[in-house]
Design a binder for this molecule. Structure first.
Ligand code: GLS
Length: 841
């Protein structure tokens, strides 16, 4: 390619291509230039937001140079690429991450100081990129960070929602949702108005035989919506690799339809069409672990899958390879079932557009795709109504039926006459209306299926996907335990702890190889080290206490034990168990004399998390927490012994303040319901201990760090079924201590007896599906043990250090390497040469 360009042009290009700042002076030149020219501001009206914008633009320039080179390098290397399809990317803020990954945060800090700004204040100006709900979306963001840091040729594909997850406010104890319009100023994206894809909806299918006797299938009419690419640079840590996250935005097609309308005077309806098109990428659905089956959601899914597949196929075609080589060049990971239509779309492209034989095409498809399951909760498993698909995507429905037919024929051959099996595994559920079981379609269309923690991967094999293990054999189903990026979740969120660790280990190499943390273990008896460790935790707690005071008006004592539960509000995650435990503790305090109270360990219980706007029970739990807080925080008998805080609008940037400040965090889902959890890993990595059930990744965390360092409680997943059965058919009674808590709530102490009654009724009258009562005694006993253990600070700090030292396994780098080796079959790109060039300049 390069040789086709004349030497003098290349020379000029080389001479003038920017090299990017590395010194403080160069940084200041860049930031001032951006503030004065790009932003049209000056010394006299440069506020913190403008300083943020200038800094972001200066760093963006740097990233984009590396981004360009990375893309060229990957094109020349012509290796297999991984495409990560996710409807959610919960990225959080980008500036701090960019500064740390590029390695120029100190330069920026000093430069900003010269210009009169504190770097923390500047960083705090940034709006979170919140294109996700919770763990699933944040996992995708951690994966992008790891793929770039490990130099994998990887692309993320998602939707560019105009509104991310709503902003949560608490009014009179109730959650209120505020739209999250985040695109006013977003320096981290590049609009590619030249990279567009026309996506078709509705219409009808025309099948005929052409003059040569060939079957032709064409999807006709309907409406066209255009997808426009927006590219977000994803910098790796300590490497020149900057990968790409491509987000699609919808707009009305500029094709013939609109023009004819404009010309015939139908101005209004043409504008309405435009708005309808733009609605597709307008808003993120705010449900976590819940599926609702809305047409607009299906439109989002197809729009994004079709645009991404078109883009991937277009890139492959430029290499002039045979179709049979497609799976050697392309791996596509389905993040949950949300992108499953991509399977159908690739089959459609290969058969209808490229003219491949059905079976040849299907072999390519199944070698290309793999699928990650993130939940066993039945209410989260996607099932799309057949009539809905029929109307919106008529050709895709035909293809789904054909896939199903040939799949069922294979099953029939292997298991003749097992009619029930056929009914159970059919991609079509014979309900009213019929539905397509998307998880089954994803399994059939993939060569590997993985769960996200050991227990979860076992559970999917023995429960929801049992029949498929019989059909395909066990090797298709594997485990890849989740991980988190230590760059954001240690180095960025807890810089002082990261620095202390580096001082002991001799370098920051552990951020690239987290298993090096094990070299900390010998220091558990080092007094000076332990003292510093404890001081850092205390400083983090002071910072959180300030945040709590500022946002809630409640003053908390940073010397108290900070007990944190932050995650989406969901019955299965059991925030209700936590708040009932808090009331139990309150009753205990009230029953003591003031002398006895002095012996108690003071505690601050902190909650945070959003409830899906339509999830009434979850909202009621938030309301109860806030009302309980009002009573307890104002009861003079209690004082500092107990404070209850609900932090508004939990998101990625708040997590970065909250997690480093925790002594104990709660991961207390009913056993068998939380597929993995990832905040459990973040808390332990930041020197906090956890209380948890034997669920998800808690089990593996315990195995790694040792049972003596975890506060485990509650029933085991294998007993859940029997316990539930017993609620209805045994002589079952609610735990007596829990009953006292219920009595206090019902007395009206916290107001709103009506709705709180429903929370109680779910346990006392409707079978206690989440086993709150069964686990209550074990939970409160374990909390008492925590109080006792915390009193011995020396022992406590030993546990924390030991745990951090043993957390190496939970880096998302390990996780991505496992995906690369066992599922994607891709290799990282060699960047040694590029690093040398950089070192020389
Ligand atoms: C989730 C699970 O609920 C979490 O346990 C898991 O850690 C996460 C990432 O694998 O995926 N599934 C889901 O629908 N939302 C999640 O956070």
């Amino acid at each position: 390619v390069e040789s086709s360009i004349p030497e003098h042009m290349r020379e000029a290009w080389r001479k003038y291509s920017p090299s990017g700042f590395t010194t403080k002076d160069q940084f200041e030149t860049e930031i001032v230039r951006h503030i004065e020219t790009t932003l049209a501001r000056s010394l006299f009206n440069c506020d913190e937001l403008a300083a943020y914008s200038g800094t972001a633009l200066a760093f963006r320039d740097r990233l984009i140079m590396d981004w360009n080179k990375t893309q060229q390098r990957q094109t020349f290397a012509d290796q297999k690429r991984i495409y990560y399809l996710s409807l959610e990317f919960l990225m959080g803020r980008a500036l701090d991450n960019a500064m740390l990954n590029v390695g120029l945060k100190n330069v920026a800090k000093e430069g900003l100081a010269d210009l009169g700004f504190r770097i923390e204040d500047v960083i705090n100006q940034e709006h979170d990129a919140a294109l996700g709900n919770g763990g699933l979306g944040r996992l995708a963001a951690c994966f992008l960070d790891s793929m770039a840091s490990l130099n994998y040729p990887a692309w993320g594909y998602g939707l560019r929602y105009r509104y991310g997850i709503f902003k949560q406010e608490i009014e009179n104890g109730y959650q209120v949702e505020i739209p999250d319009y985040w695109l006013d100023f977003n320096p981290w994206e590049f609009a590619r108005h030249d990279v567009t894809v026309d996506v078709q909806f509705y219409g009808w299918v025309n099948k005929y035989t052409d003059d040569e006797g060939k079957q032709i299938v064409s999807w006709q009419d309907g409406e066209i919506v255009t997808a426009v690419a927006y590219d977000v640079p994803v910098p790796g840590y300590g490497t020149p690799t900057v990968n790409n996250l491509r987000l699609w935005s919808s707009k009305a097609s500029s094709g013939e339809f609109d023009f004819s309308k404009f010309n015939s005077g139908e101005y209004e309806s043409a504008v309405a069409d435009q708005q309808r098109a733009e609605t597709i990428s307008a808003v993120l659905y705010p449900n976590d672990n819940l599926e609702r089956g809305k047409e607009l959601r299906l439109k989002q899914q197809y729009f994004w899958c079709a645009a991404s597949l078109f883009d991937i196929v277009r890139r492959f075609k430029k290499t002039n390879r045979k179709w049979s080589e497609f799976p050697d060049q392309v791996a596509i990971q389905l993040n949950d079932t949300h992108p499953t239509l991509a399977v159908v779309e690739l089959q459609r492209i290969l058969v209808d557009k490229e003219g491949l034989e059905w079976q040849t095409a299907w072999d390519i498809v199944t070698k290309t795709f793999s699928y990650t399951n993130h939940t066993v909760l039945p209410e989260a498993l996607e099932k799309w109504s057949v009539p809905l698909i029929q109307n919106l995507l008529p050709r895709h429905l035909q293809i789904i039926y054909e896939i199903n037919l040939s799949f069922l024929q294979t099953v029939e051959r292997r298991f003749p006459k097992d009619r029930e099996l056929l009914g159970r595994v059919s991609l079509i559920e014979e309900s009213q209306p019929k539905t397509v079981r998307m998880a089954y379609l994803a399994i059939v269309g993939s060569h590997k299926v993985n769960g996200v923690a050991e227990l979860h991967s076992d559970l999917i094999k023995t429960t929801i996907f049992k029949d498929f293990v019989r059909i395909y054999g066990p090797d298709k189903f594997i485990n890849v335990t989740n991980g988190i990026t230590p760059r954001r979740w240690l180095h960025q969120a807890n810089p002082r702890l990261s620095e202390l660790i580096a001082s002991k280990l001799g370098s920051y190499e552990f951020l690239k190889d987290l298993t090096l943390l094990n070299k900390l273990e010998p220091f558990v008896d080092d007094k000076e080290f332990k003292k510093e460790w404890a001081e850092i935790k205390y400083a983090n707690k002071v910072r959180l206490a300030q945040h709590i005071l500022k946002t809630t008006g409640v003053s908390v004592n940073p010397k108290a034990l900070f007990d944190v539960q932050v995650k989406r509000i969901h019955e299965y995650k059991r925030q209700q168990l936590n708040v009932f435990g808090v009331i139990h503790r309150y009753l205990a305090i009230k029953s003591l004399s003031s002398e006895e109270r002095k012996k108690l360990a003071p505690r601050v219980t902190i909650f945070g998390g959003k409830a899906a706007p339509g999830y009434w029970m979850a909202k009621t739990i938030i309301h109860l927490i806030n009302k309980v807080g009002e009573v307890i925080n104002n009861d003079p008998d209690v004082g500092d012994l107990l404070k209850v805080i609900f932090l508004e609008d939990y998101n990625v940037s708040k997590a970065e303040i909250i997690i480093p400040a925790s002594d104990i965090s709660e991961h207390i889902s009913t056993a068998g319901t939380e597929a993995s959890g990832t905040s459990n890993m973040k808390f332990v990595l930041n020197g906090g201990l956890i209380i948890g059930t034997l669920d998800g990744a808690n089990i593996e965390i315990t195995r790694e760090i040792g049972e003596q360092n975890v506060f485990l409680f509650g029933n085991l997943s294998e007993d859940v079924e029997d316990l539930r059965h017993n609620h209805f058919y045994g002589d079952y009674q609610v735990d007596p201590e829990l009953q006292k808590v219920f009595d206090l709530i019902k007395s009206g102490k916290f107001g709103d007896e009506g709705s709180f009654g429903a929370l109680i009724g779910a346990i006392t009258e409707h079978g206690d599906y989440y086993l709150v009562s069964d686990d209550f005694n074990s939970y409160t006993k374990t909390q008492d043990l925590i109080d006792e253990t915390f009193k011995n600070q020396d022992e406590w700090v030993t546990k924390c250090i030991t745990s951090v030292a043993r957390m190496g396994f939970f880096t998302s780098d390990r996780c991505i390497n496992e995906y690369a080796d066992t599922i994607w079959n891709i290799e990282p790109l060699d960047v040694a040469e590029e690093k040398q060039v950089r070192a020389r300049t």
